[in-house]
Each structure stands twice: as structure tokens, then as C-alpha cells.
Design a protein around this ligand. Sequence first.
Ligand code: TXE
Length: 495
Amino acid sequence: MADIRHTNWVDGAHQPPTKELIHVINPATEASIATIDATPLETVSSIIESSLKNFSSGVWSQTDASTRFTVLSKAATLLRSRLPEFINLETQQTGRPIREMKAQLSRIPEWLEYFASLARTHEGRVTPFKGPVINTLTRLPLGVVVHITPWNHPLLIATKKIAAALAAGNTVIVKPSESAPLSVLKMGKLFQEAGLPDGTLQIVSGYGRETGKFLCESRLIAKIDLTGGLATYEAIAPNASKNLIPITAELGGKAPVCFFPSMPVEKGVKAALFASFIASGQTCVTGSRLLIHSDIYDEFVELLVSRTKTLRVGDPTDDKTQIGAVISRASVDRCSAFVERAIVDGGKLLCGGEPTTVDAKGFFFQPTLIETKADSDLACNEVFGPVIALIKCSSEEDIIQVANATSFALGASVWTDDFNQAHRVAEKIDAGLVWINGHHLNDPSSPWGGFKESGMGKENGIEAFESYTKVKSTIINYGQEPTWFDDEVENARYG
Ligand code: TXE
């Protein structure tokens, strides 16, 4: 792929390139595949002002539900017709296997369709107000909302947020990750073709600590929706709090995957591979802690290790590749450091444990399994890579206790053929998402978000849509006239 300049999408057009640029690196080849703007802060400032004008004009914020439905539905159709080019870009910029990107991207239009439908069907309420009064509650868009999005599922995560925010009538500024911004930068033109008024979706690239920080500190914005690290949340939260604006935060995780003896070991091992190694372990719900009941532990681990050793690490553009690259050299180094510390902690390396390359290039790390203690560094802290902790647990109670013993609480899964046990355990696990006999399952209608240090608020579902609105209460008196300070009424009442 040639080194192409991708520029910001603002007010309905790709803008001329700015002076400062950032190289986007293909993590599988280490080649620069594109350059983007490190947008200067004066430019960001004028983009925010222009976005506010767009919102205030009502060109989108005051359109009716049927228009929003039509535009978002058309965007879904256009995206579906152009999937191959987006899949190719996504594979190049993330280093993830093309078979994963095909599966993931083929579902993204559903988010646009779901929120289109919600825009069209979501209704207000009438409260049981006392007396001859009608009290209606209507939902209004918030204003200019800022989306700070990551590199691991660039298009999926940005589209989730954009679809919900536009459906509710907001004007959106997206700052995609500087590591993988290309697919998101292409979405502006697509939305324009779908009929979205210019200036309603602005896509601005740059570094998080500069462009992202500046956007989040603006007094003109009405909400921040972040998917990223806890440190980023901590950096933006004080200003958001000062400016009285809400944040939706989808942060890290340390998902426990709980295996019980009633589950056939073969099925459990397939589940573990799926939970742990999709996206080379770089998702917020990666099954990064396998909690295995002692009754099946030895058999489970033997089979899992032998299957893990056969996973095909390779060129992400090859349909047969199962494990692609991790995002950067820094990620490889972080994985190595976790392995070293795990061994110092007394962990037992069962397979993998080393950086690797494909054709002598790229940021790859072997799929790695380490048997460790429940309170070790590896068992408690997020790797965001293919380094997985195996923990032997003595009982159902032990599994529940270990599952809840980290500062994260995003995803968790319970694998058992015992129906009662499945519900018992799921009920006691403290996490925003608990799957029973599944993992990674996601749907636009299903609220997605964590507790504790995994974040707050939800993506997806009615919750996400409503989080992009504010409630206005209109109170209609169709009965009594005002009576206070009316001599005639007061004389009659007290005379
Ligand atoms: O995230 P960052 P990174 C977690 C995961 C990972 C860690 C760090 O634990 O190891 O975060 O990853 C923008 N003001 N997740 O460094 O830096 C940045 O430009 C405003 C979980 O990649 O948080 C990018 O657009 N914006 C996660 C976005 O934040 C700032 C996905 C995310 O980058 C900013 C990714 C600032 N001060 C990481 N600093 C998930 N939940 O899936 C950075 N950004």
C-alpha cells in the first residue's frame, strides 16, 4: 500500500493537509502506509466553533425522526456495499487477521440500522402528574459531542458511538486513534453521500495528548465518549467535571473465563482459544484469566497447550492466518515484560512467551499461556496482548472469589452444562457483561460497558441512545386559572 496522505474531514470536505503529520504504521510489516494530520490546536478550535454553529442551526439537531432514520439507514447500505475496501484498510492498519476483520466489519452496518430504528421509534413519556395537567417528557440532543476512539476495533467502536449520537440529533467530532485512524477518516464522505448535512460529523486526527486533550477541555462541548485507557480517563475527567459534562468511558478489563467440570473439556478448550486470542488478546474483554476447576485442570491444560501451539501466526492478509500482529513495538515489549515478571512471581510458562516476526518483520508475540497464582501481577493487571493467565481453582466459590478479585469489571464468561450453576455463578460475578456459554458476543441492542475501573456508562442499546439526550419536562395546565394574589378567590376562600 502506498504512503497516502489522509486528511481531516471537516464541514463536508477533506481539508488541505496541515504542516505536522503522523505516520500510520502497518504493525505486520513495520512500513508506513499513510500519513495523517497532527492537527494544530488553532485548527481544532475553529472546528469546534464550526460544529457548534452546525448544532445551533438545527440542520440536523432539529430534523425529524424520519429524516434521521433515512440517513442512518442509507449510511448502513453504503457501508455494506463498500466493505471490502474498509476490511482491507482495517487489516493494514491494525495488523489483525483479515478473517477477523471480515467477520467484524460485516456486522457494523447493523449498528447504523439499529440506531436508525431507535431514532424512528423511541418515544417520550407522559407522567402521572396530579390535577388537570399534562406533563410530557421529551428527549433533546445534547450538542457537540466528542468521541475519542481506539485502535483495536477502529471502525466498530467509532461507528457504535457515531450512530447513537447522530440518531439522537447531536453534532459529532471524532478523534480516532493516531495508530489506526484510516477507516474512520473515510466515514465522513460516506455519511455525506447518505445525506448527512455537512459539518454534522467532523473527523479530526492527531495525538491524544494534544488534539484529544484540547477537544476534551473545550467549554463548548456537551459530552465525551471515550474508549481507551484509565490514564486517559483520569486526564480528561477533571475538566469534564468542571464543565459539567458527562463522560461515557469504556476502559480496560481482565475478563475471567470460568470453566466447570460439567462442560466437555474439548468444548471448553475451543472456548478458551476464542476468548483469549481474538485480536491477539487486544480487546477490552479478552479472556485474559482462565479460571479452571481443579477436577478438570490437568486434562484441560494439556489439551489447551497443544492446541495453542498449533495456532497459525502469520501475515494478516492471508485468509488462513489465525494470529496477527500486536499494534506496536511498545506492545511487544509490554508482553515480554509481563512474561518476565510472571516467571519471577513463580509462574510456569506453558507455551509461547517470546516476540516473533513474519518474514523477519512486524510486531508479533507468540500466543502465551502461563500458570500463575490468583493474586500475581499477570492475573490482576491488563496485558492487552496474547499473554494469558491460567489459574487452578478448587471450587465454585473459589472461582467466583477469584473472578471478582481485580480492580476491573467489564466482561466475564461462565462455561458449564449445569443450568443452575450457570445462573448461580453469573449472578455473583461483578461485571458489566456476563456471558453464559459464550464470549465476545455483541449486538447493537445489548448494552456494553463495565463497572469499577473498567468505566462507566454504556455503548449500544437504548441506554447509549438516551445517554446522548437530555430530558425536557413540559407541564401543560388545562384546568385551573392561577389563584394566588387574586382578591376575589382569596376572599371567597378565607372570608
Ligand atoms: O490507549 P489510549 P492506548 C486500554 C488498554 C491499553 C491501554 C492503553 O489497557 O493497554 O488502554 O492503550 C486518545 N486526552 N485500552 O495507549 O492512550 C488516543 O489518542 C484525550 C482499552 O492505545 O487511551 C486514542 O484516540 N484523548 C481499550 C484514545 O485516547 C487522549 C482500547 C485511546 O488511546 C488522551 C484501547 C488525552 N489526554 C486501549 N490520551 C478498550 N476498552 O477496548 C490519549 N488519548
